[in-house]
Structures are given as structure tokens and as C-alpha cells.
Design a protein around this ligand. Sequence first.
Ligand code: PLP
Length: 532
Amino acid sequence: MASSQDRSQGRSGGIVSGGATEAVTFTGNRALQIEEPLIFEMGQPGRCGVDLPEPPKVKDRLNGLRRSGDIGLPGLSEPQVVQHYTRLSQKNYAIDMGVYPLGSCTMKHNPRLNEKVARLPGIGDLHPLQPVSTVQGALELIDRLAHWLKTLTGMPAVAMSPAAGAHGEMCGMMAIAAALEARGERAQRKVVLAPESAHGTNPATAAALGFTVKPIPANETGRVDLAALKAALGPDVAAIMLTNPNTCGLFESEIVEISTAVHAAGAYFYCDGANFNAIAGRVRPGDLGVDCMHINLHKTFSTPHGGGGPGAGPVVLSAALAPYAPYPWIVKDGETWRVAEDDAKVAGTPLGRLKAFHGQMGMFTRALAYMMSHGADGLKQASEDAVLSANYVMAALKDVMSPAFDGPCMHEALFDDSFLKDTGVSTLDFAKAMIDEGYHPMTMYFPLVVHGAMLIEPTESQAKEDLDLFLGALRSLAAKAKTGTAAEAFKAAPLYAPRRRLDETLAARKPILRWKPSNNPPETDPVKQAAE
Ligand SMILES: *Cc1c(COP(=O)(O)O)cnc(C)c1O
């Protein structure tokens, strides 16, 4: 990170030189790639972008607890602030910039229509504490979205409030725990089964609720080993948490046998619905025997995500679990909508609350806009196109990269690193080289069942020629790696990014989460420095 000191001496110290011929600029900028310090390293103490009146003199009533030093706010003018955040925003690779192949994340296009609708004054300006009589339309919107979700999944109920997929998992597994409690079997059923390929949130959710996680191996086709699953089922099992299509991008073809066996053992079937984008409009999870499933609105039904949010993870519930859906419930009495909250009369025994207010209204609006503008036929087509795109990726790369499993895939194509064997190039190196080609890397090293996994999810959003350019870049990188003489070049990648390789282990183990002012204010006169 360039410090103020670096800046005053020219900022090129912040860049690792990629080779002798590389130009080192005084500013550290590379053409329009601007070096950006932290906001705390900019400006001058006391500078302010707004005109604030002098605070009135008041009697100190803080009993001597008055702050004695500065609080260290950065001092910047309004243009400095605007420029800082605009420059930062341009460092962000985004779905609106190009192919974003992160598998499992479904980085699909977010239609601008969604944004327009989400900003309509009656929606964008809502406040969650408004009187219910003034938000009738918003409640109807939530109910309409709930209707679409129940119809698409073939499930009788949905809890709308969970704030993300992982939160939805928590909600669904809490409903399962409550149902077991009601049966008097909560203490006895302590085990949750999860395939080895499961997303990390599945075992984390189960463990957070006090269950013990038992992994179920995959068979050679990348799907759940049914015999191993049946052997693990018993009176101690509460549930299975299963993703379908699974994280290898494959449809669990024995899903009905799995749900039948799980139910016969008295356990519940939690389906991780993060990959619903592959089957929406084609398969109703309710028909497969699913008891509850979260839907990542921010994956399947557009709505921009990444960088930590926002998201929305409604959970559809079977008739057996529906009574436990958390507050709030949206209920219609005659022509009037109401929000049933704590102690309200509803036909069940809700879990309580999982979240303040009603859920992510902006996400709800975008998801409903997406559904209604696509229509049922359009949603089906989006799923089919997503699967077609992924199989196009698979077909275009399978002679130069190594597909992890035989046969067609669903919405994402999974490769292992065997095509890199003896080249000295790792999955990580390959991904870093993609950055130089102008692409965000695919998901790496996940799922764990595959060595050096590379999981590519093109979604339905990309035009063929854009996908072709991306595939051409990957083919060229694969060919380069296979020459066996390119390891050093790969290890040096990315050459053209503002930062090169970061010490990710150090960053994870010893994160520096707080900027501390240096004790000696640095000399900050670049003109003087340059002259010297
Ligand atoms: C994204 C994802 C999750 C978690 O969803 P969040 O919204 O990120 O909490 C869980 N399972 C799978 C398979 C996923 O891809």
C-alpha cells in the first residue's frame, strides 16, 4: 500500500516491477490505472467539504469524559472525495464489465429494468417503520414474490426474511430442529449428513446449530454415493443437506431415491438451492421430496451481488415445516395486508425472528421484476441457456483442459488440474494469468472433491462472441502452460494488474484491519521532492 511518504517521493514504490523494460512512472500510475491511497492518507487535517456552522458553546455535561484528542477523520474537499471513490469504483471488476466466470456464484446480468423499478419512489423510499396502512403495495409485492417462489419450487410456504443463502440455511435447519423438537426427537437426532462437495456454509450451519456433520463421499460420477448415504442413515440422523444441481455442476440423478431413503429414516431433506439457476422453470424441488430449500435471489433472480452483499435468501418450506416459518408473516385479512409479528395470531408456531424488519426489499423488488419481465417461459429459457452456455464452455475446453467428470454438465463446467501435470503451473498460477487477459478468474480449489478445481459458470448472460474470446484466452493459456517452459511466466502473473501477487496467507492470518496514523507526519510536497 502506498503510504503518504511513498507518494511524496513519487508512488512507483507501490508497484512491483514486472521486468527490466517496464516503465516506472513518477506517480506510480500506469496510464489510467491510478494508484489510490487510503482515504486516511489523503488530504489535510481540518479540510472539509461542507460549510458547517460553529457549534454552540454548551456546558460540558460529560463528567470529564470529553474527548481530548482528534478522532482522526480524513480531511478532504468534495472533489477529492468524489475522485477517490470514483477511482476505487473503477478498480472493481464487475459483471457490467465483462465475463465473470465465478462458479457457484451465478454472476448473471442484472437487467436495468430491475434497477428502475427498485428506485420507484413508492419502493426506493420505503421505511420499515412506516405504518402498515401506507405500505400495502410493498406487502403485496412481497406476497406476489412469495407466490412465484412457491410456484417455481412446488412448495406450499416460504419464509422471506433471511438475508442471504447462508442465513436461509440457518432458517431452514432451525425449522428442522423445531420440527424434531415437536416430535420429541431433537436430542436423539444429532447428525447432519452433507456430501463432501458441499459448500462450506452447509456444514457450518449444521455445526452452528449444534449438529454433528458426517460427510458423505461422492461416487466416480461426481454424485452422492447412494450406498454410502443409505449406510449412514439411522435414528440419529436429523437431516441431509444436499445441493442440486451439486457443486460439481451435476444433477443428482438419484435425487428421488435419496429423498425417499432420507424420509424413510425419519430425517429431513434440506436442499441447498444456490444452483437453482440451472433448473428454474424445469424442475420443481417440491416434486423431488425436498423439505426446505433456500433460494439465493441474488444468484438465480439477478440482483447484483459480490463484494459482500446485498443478498436475499428466502426459504421454501414443505407442509411439515411451514408452521415453523419465522416472523414476520405477511397475512391478508379481507382486502388488507398485515405484518404478523411477535405474538400475532398465525396458524403455526414460528421460530421467532431471524432479522430486523421484513427482509431485503430492494432484492425482492429486483427479483420480482426479473420474474415478471421474463415470464414463466423466459425463466425456463434462462435456465436452459445457462446450461447450454456451460456445456459450450465444457465442449470448447475439454481437449486442452481436463473435465473433472465425464458427460454433460448443468450450469457450470468443472475442471481439475490434471492438464497442468508436470508443467510447474498450478491452478492458482493459471487463474492469475487470466487476470492479465482481462478476466476475473473462475472459482478455484472448490469443490474440494476435485484436485486443483476450476469451476466455470458462464451463466446465460454472455453473447457467443464474448464467450468465444474468453474461451480463446483460456485455450491459449492452456497451450502455453503445456509447453512445459512457461512456469516462470505463469508464476509472475499478473503482470498488468495494479497489484501483483499478494501474500494471501499473511493477509488471512494477520489481517491489518485498522489503519494507524504514523507518528511522524510525512513530508507531503511532491513538487519539492521531484525537484530534489
Ligand atoms: C452461494 C452459495 C451459498 C451461500 O449463499 P450466500 O448468499 O453467499 O450466503 C451456499 N451454497 C452454495 C452452493 C452457494 O453457491
